[in-house]
Write a protein that binds this ligand. Structure first.
Ligand SMILES: Cc1cc2nc3c(=O)[nH]c(=O)nc-3n(C[C@H](O)[C@H](O)[C@H](O)COP(=O)(O)OP(=O)(O)OC[C@H]3O[C@@H](n4cnc5c(N)ncnc54)[C@H](O)[C@@H]3O)c2cc1C
Length: 336
């Protein structure tokens, strides 16, 4: 049976984030001999967290230089751990840090990489990866004969591994010194004013360009739209998505919702988040937008237009109604 390496980077506190524990669960489900490789400023908290996962070895590259996401240091650390483990299959969480580095590591190892995997299973006795193609329009299941095979697993696809923590023995993998030309001086977030993207939220609330358009009285009501949406997000802790038209409006100098950035955009050229439920408001539900709803469980939409895209099989329920009136009422109910 081919051995597997779960390759994870630690967080600032030395522990593992949710996507790493999901990747661990996926690695364990394959039932092959497991190694764990950790990279980070400190790794002992992470190793203790996964002490009960049944890994034959826990290998690590740690130290100040590895506390920051930087291609040069991350690539040598990941390469060294892959080589030290001798694993044929490397499973890693599809975080932005690993997604940037591991394709290059696969090249250095003369291996192969697959990104955006959504499931891993054994098929005809060999590991097989499921992923979507053409912006989530087709699902494919593939196997590969080349080794090592690195697989980046998208977050939110597999339940997290939840074993008991313990006291782990960590084998340190020594590296030749790495020349670094990049220094991370800090992190800067987009100026969205408020955190509105919540990947773990039960509900995705989508705002479309309709919120900024002239309403029945011939005037726009952007200030009220902002308040209605923010009040709803605060009360419900929903994650905020936007249509392309809405996030693009600021570039056209039009009245905009100030907390909406391109990071909120859902769709073909935006994000494809995973939430159990979605509520679309003032958005027409055109295919390039609705394709980003592929992984939303139950879909509902509020639109004045009974012939909007949502009515054509893209939503489970379409409320033909004024979203201003609906959200005013919803917020009043939530405030009770
Ligand atoms: C290559 C390509 C890629 C694209 N990628 C994306 C993408 O990633 N994401 C994306 O979103 N779009 C994408 N688009 C654009 C997409 O086709 C649509 O243009 C866009 O989604 C329309 O945004 P909208 O529905 O918010 O605005 P509109 O089309 O202007 O619709 C506004 C809606 O609001 C409704 N409305 C107005 N007032 C109210 C009210 N008071 N109550 C209820 N409803 C009201 C109206 O009836 C209307 O249906 C892409 C297009 C192309 C060509």
């Amino acid at each position: 049976m081919e051995s597997i390496l779960l390759l994870a980077h630690t967080e600032a506190d030395g522990a593992l984030a949710r996507p790493a524990l999901e990747a661990l669960a996926a690695a364990k489900n394959l039932g092959s001999p497991l190694h764990i490789g950790l990279v980070g400023g400190q790794v002992q908290p992470a190793a203790d967290l996964v002490a009960g996962a049944g890994a034959a070895r826990i290998l690590a590259v740690s130290g100040e230089a590895f506390g920051q996401a930087r291609y040069a240091t991350d690539a040598v650390a990941a390469e060294a751990l892959c080589r030290a483990s001798g694993a044929a299959i490397v499973i890693a969480p599809g975080t932005s840090r690993w997604s940037r580095v591991l394709p290059g590591v696969a090249f250095r190892l003369d291996g192969r990489v697959d990104t955006h995997a959504t499931a891993l299973a054994t098929l005809n006795g060999v590991p097989a990866v499921t992923r979507w193609f053409y912006r989530q329009r087709m699902e494919g299941v593939l196997t590969r004969s080349q080794r090592p095979w690195i697989v980046l697993l998208d977050a939110g696809c597999v339940p997290v591994w939840t074993g008991a923590p313990g006291k782990a023995v960590v084998e340190t993998v020594e590296l030749v010194p790495v020349e670094t030309r990049t220094t991370v001086t800090g992190t800067r977030s987009p100026e969205a004013g408020e955190q509105t993207i919540r990947p773990d939220a039960k509900l995705l609330f989508v705002a479309g360009a309709g919120w900024t358009k002239k309403q029945a009285d011939g005037a726009t009501h952007t200030a009220e739209a902002e308040k209605l949406i923010l009040d709803f997000l605060r009360a419900s802790q929903a994650s905020l998505g936007g249509s392309k038209s809405l996030v693009d409006l600021s570039g056209e100098g039009e009245a905009v919702l100030r907390f909406m950035t391109h990071l909120n955009q859902i769709g073909q050229t935006g994000a494809t988040p995973r939430h159990p439920k979605g509520l679309s408001t003032c958005c027409h539900g055109e295919e390039p937008h609705a394709v980003g709803w592929r992984f939303i469980g139950q879909r509902r939409a509020v639109n004045l237009d009974a012939n909007c895209g949502w009515a054509r099989g893209k939503a489970d329920v379409l409320y033909v109604a004024d979203a201003f009136a609906v959200m005013r009422e919803v917020n009043a109910l939530l405030a009770k």
